[in-house]
Design a protein around this ligand. Structure first.
Ligand SMILES: [Zn+2]
Length: 106
């Protein structure tokens, strides 16, 4: 029951890490497959290397929802600057306090 399921194919390492971050703040554990061997996060390779995002079966449904909102162009998840609440990228206002998103990048 520790199976990893591919949910998304990123076109490059930067996109993969952006999505991985969005998923992980929502509690989804992500594994990247196919990434270039350069380990340092500070040196993301500029060349396009396709990276597959893998999640575990129990996180699959949630991961798909998050990725779906990403595909719709909703952008990454964000934190409310007013109350600090975490919001999915598809929300334009904070679900907690109604403060408008200024789309602060993580
Ligand atoms: Zn708020």
């Amino acid at each position: 029951m520790n199976e990893w399921i591919p949910v998304y194919q990123a076109t490059n390492s930067l996109e993969a890490h952006t999505l991985k971050g969005s998923l992980e703040v929502s509690g989804v554990t992500v594994q990247l497959q196919g990434e270039a061997l350069s380990g340092a996060l500070g040196e993301l390779p500029a060349n396009a290397v396709e990276v597959t995002l893998l999640v575990r079966a129990q996180d699959l449904e949630q991961a798909r929802k998050i990725l779906e909102s990403y595909r719709r162009g909703a952008g990454p998840a964000w934190y409310c600057r007013h109350c600090g609440e975490h919001n999915a990228g598809s929300f334009e206002t904070c679900w907690q306090c109604g403060h408008e998103s200024d789309m602060t990048e993580l």
